[in-house]
Write a protein that binds this ligand. Structure first.
Ligand code: TZP
Ligand code: MG
Length: 203
């Protein structure tokens, strides 16, 4: 599966509750989302495996990959296309070994030191953020702003996707900073019309 990071939807069970996960993802992909990440810090593995399989069915034929946040077992068991890990999650090299060469593997980065020490050869992309403070992630690291984003994106040997408080109005600044895309939760999930919200980013 080719990796188009341009509009990367991260799901949140609470923020996506208007229409539920499947309908939200279906509509958002119809609106132009290019990657979907299933993210839920609280659900158990069995629940997430079930949800991931249903989302894979929703995404069938779309060319949009499904990436699992944090949970290697869920990624392995569900037939998802990849895994996204944070700095304190499963080690990247172990994840790559378990997932195999073809899975998509991403890592969250907030500082230059994290970028410089990341095992880039085992990764497909990096997530850079948060660009802005956001209520969608309680324990997020210090906001980068666009200058901080540009410094990291410019120094990254891998494609990068920016995250944290991003809205459609930020598209130009994110690309100008050198990132390959925007990752969003609330600006798509938490809206009355996820399809239109995704279309607004695409425009
Ligand atoms: N990681 C850094 S910020 C964030 C995550 C998962 C939340 C992004 O959510 P929103 O609603 O797009 O600000
Ligand atoms: Mg994590």
């Amino acid at each position: 599966m080719t990796l188009d990071l341009s509009l990367y939807l991260v799901t949140d069970a609470g923020l996506c509750r208007n229409y539920g996960l499947e309908r939200t993802v279906e509509d958002a992909v119809a609106g132009g989302v290019t990657v979907v990440q299933l993210r839920d810090k609280h659900a158990d593995d069995a629940t997430l495996i079930h949800q991931a399989r249903r989302l894979k069915a929703v995404l069938a034929g779309s060319g949009v990959p499904l990436i699992i946040n944090d949970r290697l077992e869920v990624a392995l068991e569900s037939g998802a296309d990849g895994l996204h890990v944070g700095q304190s999650d499963a080690a990247v090299l172990q994840a790559r070994q378990a997932l195999g060469a073809h899975a998509i593997l991403g890592l969250s980065i907030n500082t230059r030191q994290e970028l410089d020490t990341a095992p880039m050869e085992a990764l497909d992309y990096v997530g850079l953020g948060p660009v802005f403070a956001t209520p969608s992630k309680q324990d997020h690291a210090a906001p980068l702003g666009f200058a901080g984003l540009a410094a990291l994106a410019g120094a990254s040997r891998l494609p990068s996707v920016a995250i944290g408080g991003l809205k459609a109005e930020h598209v130009d600044q994110v690309f100008a900073a050198g990132a390959q895309g925007l990752a969003v939760i609330s600006a798509i999930c938490g809206t009355p019309d996820p399809r239109r919200a995704a279309q607004a980013f695409r425009r």
